[in-house]
Design a protein around this ligand. Structure first.
Ligand code: SF4
Length: 454
């Protein structure tokens, strides 16, 4: 999922549309844009599909006068698909209409929903954004920022939200900093984005990351910062670096490509291999493959080509769709891989189905040996913060040994980079959440405890 908002920017809807293009890799199931015009009228359009499928010149032209707007791209898991859950969401309230878009997941969503239901709320969506909206509406404090702060202090998990009123934009990040969110300047206006790569596309100048536990407000007074938590345990999602984010994005001061390349170098040191060439799985395995080749001295080659117009398999909601996607999205370069001993570098292995298909694809193209090297540690635990890495039972390595996993994906050998090397690859810029690799969750796990009890 992604968030992209603008304040005081001409052609707000068109700018958001461009921003959503740059953030399309974070979700392809749906997209939405909402803007407020000078009279406080909200124009809102959402749909299922890519941003380019949801919006056309006519829908964007309806937002003609807006200088203020909020957009989102959505990815759906099994529980949260469908148009109802596509954000941003619009809400009426006596203090003024407002719009919310968010990403991530609350650990205590069930408890908050139950509390709100006991106070008369009825929900139209399965989103955490609707929970936040209802908490804000329920709080009795006078100022909206106080309502937001009181609401955020009831929420636990990994999240980023943006809230837009007719004359103001708020952006906030969970107190652990699990989800990224950054702010930039464009002329006299402001831009917020889940990733910095979207700033470059519209010519905005990066100002800073929003801090964990911070609410940033932008309006005609400029930018103000309010902390809703003094919590200091910063743990940005490492999967943002390994897999999710675009290589040209910086998260908390660390460039994603530079991180992946350094991980690749460390991987070559920790899991060396006797091979003829190194190839990477496009796109998110390429940086680590370059690093592996550089450190090992084995030549880097382009052995796999991606069909650009097939959606990313990992973030599609069903196993059937994922499997169909794998078959269509990659081709082996036969003249490069035929007769060679390959080091195949990928960003991660979740269920192993994609990796198995790629190994088979390369063998069918004549590869003599396929040695799989993974630019992230062994994934053993589920994520409770909104990254759809599946249940423990579905993960390739939750119960299998490395040798068993290697046999499952039909590779000649299999190696992963360590958690220690991953942390060192940020070069001190970021502290990482590595919970899906080491089981050390930065938050309490209310929902998980409830599941276990049942
Ligand atoms: S558990 Fe894994 S996927 Fe989830 S936030 Fe932590 S590092 Fe990211």
């Amino acid at each position: 999922m992604s968030i992209f908002g603008v304040y005081g920017v001409n052609h707000a809807a068109q700018m958001i549309y461009l921003g959503l293009h740059a953030l399309q890799h974070r979700g392809q199931e749906g997209a939405g844009i909402a803007t407020f015009d000078f009279d406080g009228k909200c124009t809102h359009h959402r749909g299922l599909g890519l941003a380019s499928e949801v919006f056309d010149p006519d829908t964007l032209a309806r937002h003609a006068d807006a200088l203020l707007g909020l957009g989102s791209t959505q990815y759906a898991n099994k529980a949260k698909g469908g148009l109802d859950n596509v954000q941003p969401l619009f809400f009426h309230h006596k203090s003024g209409d407002f719009v919310i878009a968010g990403e991530g997941s609350l650990i205590n969503a069930d408890r908050i929903a139950s509390y709100l239901e006991d106070h008369g709320c009825i929900f139209h969506t399965a989103t955490d954004a609707e929970l936040l909206a209802n908490l804000i509406k329920k709080e009795n404090t006078e100022n909206r920022i106080d309502r937001i702060i009181d609401s955020l202090n009831m929420m636990e998990g990994g999240f980023a939200f943006a809230i837009m009123t007719r004359n103001r934009l708020y952006a906030m990040r969970d107190k652990y900093g699990i989800k990224p969110l950054a702010i930039a300047k464009l002329g006299d206006g402001w831009v917020i984005s889940s990733e910095t790569c979207a700033f470059d596309l519209i010519g905005a100048e990066f100002v800073r990351d929003i801090e964990p536990g911070e609410v940033v407000t932008v309006d005609h007074h400029g930018l103000r910062s309010t902390r809703y938590s003094q919590f200091q345990k910063h743990k940005v999602c490492s999967m943002e670096y390994f897999y999710i984010a675009r290589p040209d994005s910086d998260i908390d001061g660390c460039n994603v490509h530079a991180f992946r390349k350094e991980v690749g170098r460390r991987l070559a040191e920790e899991c060396p291999c006797d091979a003829d060439i190194v190839i990477g799985v496009p796109d998110s395995g390429l940086s680590a493959a370059i690093g592996y080749a550089e450190r090992s001295g084995i030549p880097y080659e382009i052995g796999l080509i991606k069909n650009r117009y097939i959606a990313r398999t990992f973030i599609q909601p069903s196993q059937e769709m994922r499997e169909r996607g794998v078959q269509m999205k990659l081709s082996a370069v036969r003249s490069i891989v035929s007769g060679k001993r390959l080091v195949l570098v990928d960003d991660s292995i979740v269920r192993g189905t994609t990796c198995l298909k790629i190994v088979k694809l390369l063998r069918a193209a004549g590869a003599r040996e396929v040695h799989v090297r993974i630019g992230s540690p062994i994934m053993k635990y589920p994520c409770f913060y909104g990254v759809d890495t599946s249940t423990s039972e579905e993960l390739l390595c939750s119960t299998r040994s490395l040798e068993e996993a290697c046999r499952m994906i039909e590779a000649d050998s299999l190696g992963y980079v360590s958690c220690k090397a991953s942390v060192e690859s940020t070069k001190g810029c970021s502290e990482l959440c590595l919970a899906c690799f080491n089981g050390e969750y930065p938050t309490s796990l209310y929902q998980h405890a409830k599941d276990t009890e049942e």
